[in-house]
Design a protein around this ligand. Structure first.
Ligand SMILES: NC(=O)c1ccc[n+]([C@@H]2O[C@H](COP(=O)([O-])OP(=O)(O)OC[C@H]3O[C@@H](n4cnc5c(N)ncnc54)[C@H](OP(=O)(O)O)[C@@H]3O)[C@@H](O)[C@H]2O)c1
Length: 294
């Protein structure tokens, strides 16, 4: 079998167009959705990520505010900045670019973001609500919006827009990070999959992956998921982004081998990657609307 390719770039563009229309509507009623980013220090990769986020905001008409602080900033100074952004009515969503310098505890900073302005969905109140929800629709009712962590939220959109069913499926998530693996498992559970989360201490990983009708790889090791770990006809979602010695990118899945067994597969680049920024835009628009911008 040769898998159907899930085109993340095309799906991300489609969502961008939808968001652009929503932003225009908000603007016509005098409301401009605003995203503030906070970068502490000068990490070159973080500078690129932040720049790309602002560019994406511009493309669809979201106002973006770029806050930079020196790398020697104290935790108290960063918390003060966070407080200012929490109180700023032009800011509907706040993103703290990770990693933060060593003297700052990232958890304390993420906890200081007002949950209703949490662009990345990493605040424990929002993560707690996600884990507590029996069903995802619960998180989208009564004008209440719980922002979802962008990468797993993007994976969900890829599945939905590719018409891949989730309910009742045997799903295996490889990786248990706070950014990808854990919220991915919670989202799939809230969409009624039967979820197994695996990690570096998991025994029988090969058999476990091979049982997955839906396999999400978020490991950070190039081509870790081999063809013998893929069930015939499975949907294989590759979150990994690994830089090879020659500068090219590889996912966590051995694409060439896996595509011969899978029913659907995401490429790297062009799969999950383009979705992450777009879901940040979506969270910003949804938080703006929940704050009264409907
Ligand atoms: N597409 C995007 O927008 C996007 C966004 C975020 C991340 N990523 C990419 O996704 C990948 C994962 O990111 P992350 O932040 O989740 O990484 P991470 O925090 O390093 O977590 C990696 C996870 O993989 C598990 N793992 C490592 N070796 C393993 C092994 N041999 N067998 C089974 N599990 C193993 C680890 O297990 P332990 O917990 O036991 O250590 C850990 O839970 C990276 O390539 C990253 O660049 C992409």
């Amino acid at each position: 079998m040769t898998a159907e390719l899930i085109d993340g770039k095309a799906i991300a563009n489609q969502i961008k167009q939808e968001l652009k229309i929503e932003v225009e509507k908000l603007k016509s009623s005098g409301i401009v959705p605003g995203l503030a980013t906070l970068l502490v220090g000068e990490d070159p990769a973080s500078q690129i990520y932040v720049r790309n986020k602002h560019k994406a905001c511009q493309e669809i008409g979201i106002a973006s505010f770029n806050h930079l602080m020196p790398k020697e900033s104290s935790q108290k100074e960063v918390l003060e900045k966070m407080n200012q952004l929490n109180l700023d009515p032009k800011v509907h969503a706040i993103l703290v670019q990770l990693p933060l310098p060593a003297q700052i505890n990232p958890h304390d900073i993420l906890y200081a973001i007002k949950p209703s302005k949490d662009a990345d969905g990493f605040h424990p109140v929002n993560l707690g609500r996600l884990f507590a929800a029996k069903d995802l629709t619960e998180l989208r009712s009564n004008q209440q919006v719980i922002p979802l962590p962008c990468t797993p939220y993007g994976v969900l959109e890829l599945l939905d827009r590719s018409k891949i069913s989730i309910q009742g499926k045997n799903a295996v998530v490889v990786g248990r990070s706070m950014i990808v693996g854990k919220p991915m498992a919670a989202l799939l559970l809230a969409r009624h999959a039967t979820v197994t989360v695996t990690h570096s201490q998991t025994k029988n990983l090969i058999e476990c992956c091979r049982s997955a009708e839906l396999l999400v790889a978020a490991i950070g090791k190039a081509k870790f998921i081999q063809g013998n770990m893929v069930k015939e006809g499975a949907a294989v979602i590759d979150v990994g982004i690994n830089r090879n010695a020659n500068g090219s990118l590889s996912g966590d899945v051995d694409f060439e081998a896996a595509k011969e067994k899978a029913g659907w597969i995401t490429p790297v680049p062009g799969g999950v990657g383009p979705m992450t920024i777009v879901m940040l835009l979506k969270n910003t628009v949804e938080l703006c609307k929940a704050a009264g911008g409907t």
